[in-house]
Design a protein. Structure first.
Lengths: 147, 147
DNA sequence: CCTGTTTGACTATCTTTGACCTTTATTAAT
DNA sequence: ATTAATAAAGGTCAAAGATAGTCAAACAGG
């Protein structure tokens, strides 16, 4: 039921969990070999799953002795980055984007983010636009502080 | 006389009953094959029978490793009873009480209920009391419909 | 005749693969 | 010591493959 990409993602996340550091270093070709796939498959997994939106950063070096380092961003980093986006007013679209980031980064459960999506919607708030945007800003900031 | 769509609906519901989780995952083409019909027939059944109004949610993914997940939503009785309590206005205290009920009934995670508590608070909403009460009523009703 | 069902051609999305490219370290030649 | 070749990584991109979605026409039961 799961794709190779999914399995590789899970494997890498387990490695990260077990690592003492907040990062792991791999060899692209070795990993590809371990999963019996082409090396570019590793690149694909990294570029779709281990992106900043999901709370990861990847750096690499080519050439002999090359490597790929996958780093899990700290919760504080993520929250800070998101909080910076929040000004005094937040549109529904912005709020949804922030909630989605929190979900992708596993700082919110799927259920929670689905419920929160709803509560920040224009439809549920049913307030004059300018008011809604300010209420949403308070909601999002309160949430970020509450995680 | 039972249509193919009816049979497929019954079959899926049995699968859901028997599943340990609250959801099942299928392959559209496999199911179509099992019922000797075209894949889009599955889509038809899902979009007519497994909709939120009937207590189901469907999510899917395309591509290799693609799947369709059919999830049964929570029992509606408690939600209905709670929804009856909700009039056009809901105080902060009432909202918190309802959220607590949902948490006790395990229909909300601890995280979710904590976040929601915050977002329905007078402090975060910062609206004139009468307005806040009406906004909260919409929030709570939307939430009850979303669980 | 109406309504809901069934089908299939076409579309959208996600994954897998492979040929070709770039960067870095090491070794060989002068 | 410098430079040139070679080897050893990782990167890019587009094509092929694998699913699922859409929509409208044909069909069937009441």
């Amino acid at each position: 039921m799961w794709s190779l990409a999914d399995e590789m993602e899970r494997w890498l996340k387990v490695m990260l969990e077990e690592a003492e550091e907040r990062f792991i270093e791999i060899r692209r070709s070795e990993l590809a070999n371990h999963f019996s796939c082409v090396p570019s498959q590793v690149t694909y997994v990294l570029s779709t799953r281990f992106v900043p939106e999901r709370g990861y950063r990847v750096i690499s070096r080519r050439g002999a002795g090359g490597f790929i380092r996958i780093e899990r961003l700290s919760e504080a980093d993520l929250l800070d980055r998101l909080a910076e986006q929040v000004t005094g007013i937040v549109s529904e679209a912005e709020a949804v984007e922030i909630l989605n980031h929190l979900y992708q980064a596993e700082l919110l459960s799927e259920d929670a983010s689905r419920h929160l999506d709803l509560l920040v919607s224009d439809e549920v708030l049913s307030l004059p636009p300018a008011v809604a945007d300010r209420v949403r800003a308070r909601m999002v900031l309160a949430l970020l502080a509450n995680i």
